[in-house]
Design a protein around this ligand. Structure first.
Ligand SMILES: [Zn+2]
Length: 275
């Protein structure tokens, strides 16, 4: 996009807009059993998922989309990577390392090789364990880091997405009502950058939504945003996400979005960490 010439440069502060839209959509989405796996989690997290203060403004007309995939790698990841390669689109993978993921962990190396970002999610993805205490949470992250260290340079892995999102309440049952606040503070102290999402594919809900339903969900959430962080999954159970992916890419392209990793989006918008 050419920023030169006589066009008026009106800066748009995305964080505020996204927060407001996130709140509105969050109220709708929170009623749905969306999120990671089949747990009951929040839909769109209900506080600001990006830090606004100090953020830069993007030029009017600039639209960014981060495709993000949680809970892989799995057999599905190969197909996702094939499509992303075909489409020349970067994405961000928030990986797990549970027993059923382990044989697919080498796909992380392929994702890195092909220009995607690898980020942390959880090793075990069992809420009752990881949210039992803050210590338990960081032990699980340590296990995840050890599991993926053969496939990605850990010094490049600085982004984290909390299972269920940073404002989930299911964790309260196991670790008390302040556990997410404590974990967010500790994440910051440890140098992690935390991100949720503001567009729900709702592809991991029960009943296996069709590809067209997934595309519809994404369009509904994304249509009025300039920065989209799309939550999808690359698990063995999300085959319809793969079916929908080419159309998802086409739709964002048709709306004028540029694809980037979470890291790149943060660099361009000046976002620096958890709210
Ligand atoms: Zn998850």
């Amino acid at each position: 996009m050419d920023y030169r010439g006589g066009r008026i440069r009106r800066k748009i502060y995305f964080g505020t807009a996204i927060l407001m839209l996130g709140l509105v959509l969050g109220m709708r989405c929170a009623q749905l059993p969306t999120g990671c796996g089949d747990e009951t989690v929040t839909g769109i997290p209900q506080d600001s998922w990006l830090q606004v203060d100090g953020g830069q403004a993007l030029e009017e007309g600039t639209k960014l989309v981060c495709l993000t995939f949680d809970d892989g790698p799995s057999p599905t990841t190969t197909q996702v990577l094939d499509i992303l390669k075909e489409e020349q689109v970067p994405a961000t993978f928030f990986v797990t390392a549970a027993d059923h993921n382990r044989e697919y962990l080498p796909l992380i190396a392929r994702a890195v090789e092909e220009g995607h970002q690898i980020a942390l999610h959880t090793a075990k993805h069992r809420y009752q364990d990881i949210y039992a205490s803050t210590e338990a949470f960081w032990l699980d992250i340590k296990e995840l880091r050890q599991s993926i260290c053969h496939y990605v340079d850990l010094s490049t892995v600085t982004w984290l997405r909390f299972p269920g999102g940073s404002t989930n309440t299911v964790s309260h049952k196991y670790g008390g009502s302040s556990i997410m606040k404590d974990l967010k503070e500790q994440a910051r102290e440890k140098g992690y950058q935390v991100i949720d999402w503001n567009v729900c594919a709702e592809d991991a809900v029960g009943g296996h939504p069709t590809a067209s339903q997934i595309l519809k969900n994404i369009k509904e959430d994304a249509q009025d945003k300039s920065v989209c962080v799309v939550l999808m999954h690359d698990t063995a159970a999300t085959a319809t996400t793969v079916q929908a992916l080419p159309d998802i890419v086409s739709w964002f392209r048709s709306q004028g979005f540029t694809f980037c990793t979470v890291e790149e989006m943060a660099r361009q918008t000046g976002q620096t960490g958890p709210a």
